[in-house]
Design a binder for this molecule. Structure first.
Ligand code: CTP
Ligand code: MG
Length: 221
């Protein structure tokens, strides 16, 4: 494979409720991170997987993932962006394509990972998987009063993995001055064109308790 995948997995999972770090919480008897890494390992393009684990759990995560796939594990940082930067420093510089994939999108199918990688390989510097927005979206003021209705047709919900030419992702992180919730946001700041490919509803991010129940149902269906 010509692709390195960085897996930010160092978050606490505050919105999921009290407990161990989110990537280590179980879904159908296995940690979310195991589900995510198994699917990455099944994607033929993937040549290296670098996991950014909670700082206190680096050795435990190494042992957890050893039977699942070949992975490098580093300590994550205080923000998602810092965790991605830490993983990027450990990525093999000979791999020209780098994907960034949230551990929390534990059920992302290997074919979606391949789709993003293929789009970068075809010559696009930055590629993100997206879905149409299904809800009507309103803009509100500080008092919660509606200011207007946003045109949903031009909006997309963004998933991971997000894919980049290695040099683009390195430059984007070097230039970062503030926190972004995704890596494409950093590339946009540099003026890099970001292209989209179709995402997949199964690649949902497990964020709140209901998401864990949905993911469990997806696994049994
Ligand atoms: N992440 C990380 N390092 C951090 C914060 C987040 O590696 N300091 C990772 C999470 O582990 C997750 C991904 O970034 O895989 C997406 O973040 P999110 O879904 O927000 O996870 P958490 O930050 O753990 O959740 P919450 O915001 O509810 O605390
Ligand atoms: Mg978070």
């Amino acid at each position: 494979g010509d692709v390195a995948v960085l897996v930010p997995a160092a978050g606490a999972g505050v919105r999921l409720g009290p407990g161990i770090p989110k990537a280590l919480r179980e879904l159908a008897g296995e940690p979310l991170l195991v589900h995510a890494v198994r699917r990455l390992g099944a994607a033929p393009s993937v040549g290296q997987i670098v996991v950014a684990a909670p700082a206190g759990d680096v050795e435990a995560v190494r042992e957890l993932l050893a039977p699942v796939a070949a992975v490098d594990v580093v300590a994550g940082g205080a923000s998602r962006q810092a965790s991605v930067a830490a993983a990027l420093r450990a990525a093999d510089a000979s791999l020209g394509i780098v994907l960034v994939h949230d551990a929390a999108r534990a059920l992302t199918p290997p074919d979606m990972i391949e789709r993003v990688a293929a789009a970068v390989r075809s010559g696009l510097p930055a590629v993100i998987p997206v879905l149409p927005v299904v809800d009507t979206i309103k803009q509100v003021d500080d008092a919660g009063r509606v200011v207007g209705t946003v045109d949903r047709a031009v909006l997309r919900a963004v998933q991971t993995p997000q894919g980049f030419l290695r040099a683009v992702l390195v430059a984007a992180h070097e230039a970062a001055v503030d926190e972004h919730t995704d890596d494409a946001g950093l590339a946009e700041k540099l003026g890099v064109p970001v292209h989209t490919v179709p995402g997949d509803e199964v690649a949902m991010k497990i964020t709140r308790p209901l998401d864990l129940r949905i993911a469990a149902a997806l696994l049994t269906s």
